[in-house]
Design a protein around this ligand. Structure first.
Ligand code: FAD
Ligand code: FMN
Length: 667
């Protein structure tokens, strides 16, 4: 197949087509970028960016918007759409506010989660409530689908979308039959340089990467620009020890970090989350450097090319838009084009200006991440050997979806491994930085309370380690990196608010359900409330007002912080219910999980929830656990409150609204 060059692409002067994404870990963003490239080939001017980057005042005037929305947490919206979502939820918005809007919704999710594609579904429902109509029926892509993951649904959905848009634009936009990938001019120029990397250059990278609303990392914040405020704190490792038995398969680490140099002496509150920016494994860095014949010690200058600015927006633009507190004033219809033109912010450099090749591959590029479909399409443009080009195009095609799943997705093949398999694709550094996404920070619930451990953050980290379908060993990028750190090593972190807010009065009971590393935020809550009770000199109650349900496999192997928890029980600070799923089989022969313990403690829990207005916190694996635990609470309320399960579920919904039932879950 011939490779089209950039000149063959219709100039982007046609109608604007906003393609907006809500993406937590980059998949929805990549799908949106893929759609934008296709839209451009049809003659649209894609307005591409995070949903929060789109000017709020353009929503009521926009006639067409394409949304690509992932779901995160326990059915939650990704960070980079939360501001717009809050705005669209406002009760004050009149019913017909979006009467002009025809929208297309593509949701990304995973059917193994209880709330499949919840964010996309909720957004679509709200747009419809405000008067918006669908261009085409919503599409939902499932990570679990073996024939292409979230991309499986995309082809049929996008074919219907282009065809509908073509009808509506009545020939002003080309119906392009040939969607073959196009070689665009490089986004970056990368040159050898003598200058060493410096802290200022890092701001370019971290300015884009920092989680929104992270605590300020430095006490001298007032005179600093917002980019600098987004720099992580370099926390020193104080302790790194294994919590699980040496013979147990799962390595769980207790890590203590010194954050005393952060703003406010590193103070944070129970339930807050640390975001850790990891480093790639040195062996993978060396393998890639050798493959691409790069000198790891050489310094390079990285500069964004001017031409790449058009119609590209970024998450940083989203943050800037959110910061600017835009007012939702209604734009004149005739002004919409100029508003979109003015707000299609130039692409911003999201890599340091100077760094060594080693730093680039170790800290900034996600070279050990798993490439998605669009990468194979782009990579095909660089294959020198026709057979490799054909194979890459096959992997990127709808017909090759199953092959891609077997070869790459399911096997968790990395960028380094794919480039090793397709050796004729000798990517230059400038193309490498364009094709490989940025290495993202990972979240860890803080496992300590700063009132008890001033200036320190404790993490409880399960090291991700597994064998792939073809028995290849895999280690999680961040957890694997954290596990091997030594005292005095540094970890770049931000601290952010979590979802759990504690009751102001520490005598209000809390019920915590934290199996596995779900115990981390519970340890923080318990520590904070113990100190609070001491400070408030509360009298010892007959019953401890903190109740914890903890579960793991074996009491002797992976019972995290067991001594500490038992000590708290002895001191009457904690009522503890444990479930060891692989120890002695339960009477009925099944495994015992926390939800069974919840049912067993039903009478006491009913009293705590209904009479004493307890707050409930659930944390840990996002897959089945939150749903099973919720069902157990519903059953407790139904049995002990003599109500129907439906009435019990309504009661739980009331607790959700009152923020008395919160879930912090991850996969
Ligand atoms: C709010 C929040 C709080 C969190 N708190 C904690 C915490 O306190 N402690 C903690 O340990 N983690 C916590 N996490 C999870 C943490 O952020 C990381 O996701 C986790 O450490 C893995 O990151 P990693 O870089 O090591 O793995 P990655 O390199 O990102 O690999 C993880 C990926 O590997 C794949 N994978 C994992 N296991 C398997 C398997 N068996 N088979 C096939 N594929 C597999 C999956 O695709 C998975 O997404 C939290 C997450 C969130 C969102
Ligand atoms: C921590 C976490 C929580 C998730 N929660 C849900 C969920 O509640 N419902 C769902 O359908 N998918 C859920 N997913 C799956 C993602 O929506 C899916 O993997 C998607 O492709 C991610 O897109 P993104 O990379 O753009 O964020 C979750 C994924 C993760 C990692």
């Amino acid at each position: 197949m011939a490779v089209a060059a950039a000149e063959d692409v219709p100039a982007a002067a046609g109608p604007w087509l906003p393609i907006l994404y809500g993406s937590q870990t980059g998949t929805a963003q990549e799908v949106a970028e893929y759609l934008a490239a296709k839209a451009k080939r049809r003659g649209y001017r894609p307005w591409l960016g995070a949903i929060d980057a789109f000017p709020l005042q353009a929503f009521p005037q926009a006639e067409r918007i394409v949304f690509v929305v992932a779901t995160t947490g326990d059915g939650e919206a990704p960070d980079n759409m939360k501001t717009a979502w809050k705005f669209l939820l406002r009760k004050a918005l009149p019913q017909g506010s979006l009467n002009k809007l025809q929208y297309a919704m593509f949701g990304l999710g995973d059917t193994s989660y209880a709330k499949y594609c919840a964010a996309a579904r909720k957004l679509a429902a709200r747009l419809a409530q405000l008067g918006g109509t669908q261009l085409v029926p919503a599409g939902y892509g499932d990570e679990q689908c073996e024939e292409g993951g979230v991309w499986s649904e995309l082809d049929a959905w996008s074919t219907a979308l282009w065809s509908k848009l073509e009808q509506l634009t009545e020939g002003t936009v080309a119906a392009v039959a040939d969607d073959a990938p196009v070689l665009e001019p490089p986004v970056y120029t990368v040159q050898q340089q003598q200058q060493a990397s410096d802290a200022k250059a890092l701001e370019l990278f971290y300015g884009h990467l920092a989680p929104p609303d992270a605590y300020r990392s430095d006490a001298e914040v007032v005179s600093k620009s917002s980019r600098q405020l987004r720099m992580p704190h370099a926390a020193r490792v104080l302790v790194n020890r294994r919590l699980t038995h040496p013979e147990h398969k799962q390595d769980v680490r207790h890590i203590e970090l010194d954050v005393s140099g952060m703003g406010k002496g590193g103070a944070y509150v129970a339930g807050d989350v640390a975001w850790v920016h990891p480093e790639n494994d040195a062996a993978a860095v060396t393998a890639l450097a050798q493959l691409l014949q790069l000198d790891q010690d050489s310094t390079v200058q990285i500069a964004l090319n001017q031409h790449s600015s058009a119609n590209l927006t970024t998450d940083a633009a989203a943050a800037a838009a959110a910061d600017s507190e835009q007012q939702p004033v209604v734009a004149e219809a005739s002004a919409l084009d100029s508003l979109l033109a003015a707000t299609a912010l130039p692409a911003q450099q999201d890599l340091p200006q100077y760094c060594t090749v080693r730093e680039l591959l170790t800290r900034y590029l996600d070279i050990t991440g798993t490439p998605r479909r669009a990468f194979f399409e782009k990579l095909s443009l660089f294959a020198a050997v026709p057979a490799e080009r054909e194979k890459l195009l096959e992997l990127a095609s709808p017909a090759g979806a199953e092959l891609l799943h077997v070869y790459c997705t399911h096997e968790r093949r990395t960028y380094v491994e794919v480039l090793t398999d397709f050796q004729s694709c000798k990517l230059s550094l400038e193309r490498l930085v364009e094709l490989v996404p940025r290495l993202r920070p990972r979240a860890f619930s803080i496992a300590s309370a700063s009132v008890q451990h001033p200036g320190a953050v404790h993490l409880c980290v399960a090291v991700v380690s597994y064998k792939t379908h073809y028995r290849r060993d895999k280690i999680g990028v961040c957890s694997g990196w954290l596990a091997q750190l030594q005292p005095d090593d540094t970890v770049n972190i931000w601290i952010r608010k979590g979802t759990s807010a504690l009751p102001a009065d520490s005598s209000t009971p809390v019920i915590m359900v934290g199996p596995g590393t779900g115990l981390a935020p519970m340890r923080s809550i318990i520590q904070q409330r113990c100190v609070q009770r001491q400070q408030q000199q509360q009298q010892q109650q007959q019953q401890p007002c903190d109740t914890l349900f903890f579960g793991c496999r074996y009491a002797a192997k992976d019972y995290l912080y067991s001594e500490e928890l038992q000590q708290l029980v002895q001191e009457q600070q904690l009522a503890l219910h444990t479930a060891f799923s692989r120890d002695a089989p339960a009477a009925n022969g099944g495994k015992v999980y926390v939800q069974q313990r919840i049912r067993e403690a039903g009478a006491q829990l009913y009293e705590l929830i209904v009479a004493q207005r307890a707050h409930i916190y659930v944390s840990g694996s996002a897959k089945q656990m939150p749903e099973d635990v919720r069902a157990a609470f519903a059953s407790v309320l139904a049995v002990h409150g003599s109500m129907t399960v439906a009435a019990a579920e309504q009661l739980l919904k009331g607790l959700d609204r009152a923020k008395r039932y919160t879930v912090e879950a991850w996969s």
